[in-house]
Design a binder for this molecule. Structure first.
Ligand SMILES: [Zn+2]
Length: 474
């Protein structure tokens, strides 16, 4: 079934022609390579760990099948490889010495580095995934730190992806858990798109929507089976992650797979959270940030949906709506990092509407609210359920576990909205004037986060709280 879904999705993809996910899929590698690149020479690019895990095997199989192989490019294991631009420059200098097709063997970081480097060398590439850890395998663009800022650099997705379940199911638990959280985030990102669609900000693209959302519940319904490396559960997760990447490829935007929960995660990343000093000495994963943020957004949505946004005092909201200048000022006041501040002002103003336009949007909201509220309810799940599912998969579920202070976490609710022009539930709450009030409720003693903070504080004295916590941070 999964295979057929991926086959069908490939028809919609612009870059990726072949995906082979299955037990023993590495055996298909020489054929997949020949199909995609003919008789071109190949070069395996890996890090020390992924080279041991699968790179050697990839090298052997391609050699045995008679492909011309260039000496593998292997990044050292220490310090842990980071997706920063200097690594792209190093690899690029090396790749320019020949014309071999890079075969990236690894997960997020290796894939991102090779994806962008291959593009800069004007070469296609293929990827052999070693962990079900994020949805970037089949996505275009690479998330790279350049000039001190994490950015998405444009570049096509791989021409082919091979993912062997025998390898994936033995990946470190944390990596699989991270992939699970990245996938579960599609629950809230879907709600965001429903809202943007209903308010005529960004219409839903049926194909991009279906690829990611149609089977989301099936891919995410057995988190506890991932930890022991259950092959079926790992396959479902990886299928979801691959489909999610293909969804972004087909719609040519990450809208299909990323909403407010990713804005939280990107903001934390830009602010340097868990940078190189996360748990077990490796950087805090993308998925772990997205997971905590997904709980946060689900909790906010619960409060939004309790309200009747079809019955707003539109006139009062229009009269108190900020001008462009006032909004820019308030965005500046919320950021401390000057690089971030400029970008945030630009992104926020890109989605700015005038007071008159706000009134029109709120009138539209009045007309569509009852239907929209129902659709969003069906799309979402309760925050407590999201939290339990993440916990079952072995993910952190609260700010302290990822090294974030409660007050920074609370501030994220208003700050995250400013860093991306993409319209989400955060914008809906802001424009209807309820964002502050909802956040206040979440962090009140009997609110979703207030209760979590209290139980955390009472447990703190008796045990080391949060195994994911950054050292030295209380
Ligand atoms: Zn993601």
């Amino acid at each position: 079934m999964g295979e057929r879904r991926i086959e069908a999705a490939l028809q919609e993809a612009t870059d990726t022609q072949d995906v082979n996910l299955g037990a023993g899929a590495l055996a298909s590698l020489p054929g997949v390579f020949r199909e995609g690149f003919g008789d071109c020479p190949a070069i395996v690019v890996a890090d020390r760990i992924t080279f041991e895990v699968a790179g050697k095997e990839v090298q052997r199989r391609l050699e045995r099948a008679g492909h011309t192989m260039i000496e593998p490019y292997v990044f050292p294991a220490e310090p842990p490889l980071y997706a920063e631009y200097s690594n792209i420059e190093k690899l690029r200098d090396s790749l320019r010495e020949h014309d071999a097709i890079p075969v990236a063997v690894g997960s997020g970081t290796i894939n991102d580095i090779v994806k962008r480097t291959a593009h800069e060398c004007e070469r296609p590439y293929m990827c052999v995934g070693t962990a079900a850890s994020m949805d970037g395998y089949t996505a275009f663009g690479a998330s790279i730190e350049k000039d001190g800022l994490k950015q998405t650099l444009s570049c096509p997705a791989p021409r082919a992806v091979v993912a062997d379940l025998e390898v994936l199911k033995h990946a470190p638990e944390d990596m699989t858990a991270s992939g699970y959280a990245d996938l579960l985030g599609k629950v809230t990102s879907g709600a965001d798109w429903l809202i943007a669609d209903a308010l005529e900000v960004e219409m839903i693209d049926p194909t991009g929507w279906s690829l990611v959302q149609d089977n989301l519940r099936g891919w995410t319904d057995s988190p506890a089976e991932l930890r022991p490396g259950n092959q079926k559960a790992t396959e479902r997760l990886m299928e979801g992650l691959i489909m999610s990447g293909l969804g972004m490829q087909s719609y040519q935007s990450s809208r299909t797979a990323s909403g407010a929960e990713h804005q939280f995660s990107h903001l934390w990343e830009m602010e340097g959270l868990g940078h190189g000093e996360g748990h077990a000495g490796s950087p805090l994963s993308h998925g772990f940030k997205v997971g905590v943020a997904t709980v946060a957004i689900a909790a906010l949505y619960e409060l939004i949906l309790e309200r009747d946004l079809g019955d707003l005092d539109i006139e009062t909201l229009r009269d108190s709506w900020p001008t462009r200048e006032e909004l820019a000022r308030s965005v500046r006041a919320q950021h401390t990092n000057p690089d971030l501040e400029e970008g945030a002002v630009e992104q926020t103003l890109a989605k700015y509407i005038s007071a008159g336009e706000l009134a029109q949007r709120l009138e539209l909201l009045r007309d569509v609210w009852s239907g929209l509220r129902e659709k969003v309810r069906v799309q979402l799940m309760p925050a407590e359920q999201v939290r339990e599912m993440l916990q079952a998969a072995g993910c952190p579920t609260g700010p302290i576990e990822i090294g974030l202070r409660w007050d920074d976490f609370e501030a994220t609710y208003s700050r995250a909205r400013t860093i991306r022009k993409r319209y989400t539930g955060l914008d809906l709450a802001f424009e209807t004037g309820i964002l502050k009030e909802c956040v206040g409720e979440l962090f009140a003693p009997d609110g979703f986060w207030g209760r979590a903070a209290a139980s955390h504080a009472s447990a703190d004295g008796t045990r080391v709280a949060g195994s994911f916590r950054r050292s030295g941070e209380a």
